[in-house]
Design a protein around this ligand. Sequence first.
Ligand code: HEC
Length: 160
Amino acid sequence: MEPSQKFEQSARAISRMMGMIFALFMVMGAFLVYLMIDPTFSAFRPDPKVDTVAVATVEEDDYDKIENGIHVRTGFVEGEGLMTVVNNCTNCHSAKLVTQNRMSADRWRATIKWMQETQNLWDLGKNEDIIVTYLATYYAPEKKGRRPNLENIEWYALEQ
Ligand code: HEC
């Protein structure tokens, strides 16, 4: 082999190697740049934002969850007008103050009127009928009602 041929051969080999090293650096450089932008490789994992939204939706659903016919958050019985009652009747006092009562439609209406006159309850507009109907249906005196009236009692007089 002539020396010039030998030289040419090794020169080609060197330039090939330089090319490969250059390509390697390019790939590594690109990788490093990516690592700087996204060090946790989050682009290759499921979007955590999507998960958060899903969780938030579930929590929102849970907020007005109904279990065994009971609105869990307030204890109201499920029925037509439930959410109108929840939204108007649990702002000032607990729902329990409502659910522990049993009244006829008239008395529910009178209680609402009393709160409007003395407790700053707002005008319920069309919702008043929805609320009274709901309450008179699910919190009526007869149905599950309070205990029966006491009978045959001998009342005693309080001594002053
Ligand atoms: C603006 C505030 C407010 C809102 C809203 C409100 N109430 Fe009341 N309510 C009161 C206050 C104040 C009392 C008296 C609480 C007490 O005695 O501790 C009361 C008492 C009651 C009582 C007990 C009455 C009694 O004779 O002991 C019932 C029943 C009642 N509310 C039902 C309702 C219903 C049904 C709604 C929805 C239409 C409602 N409340 C919405 C303020 C409100």
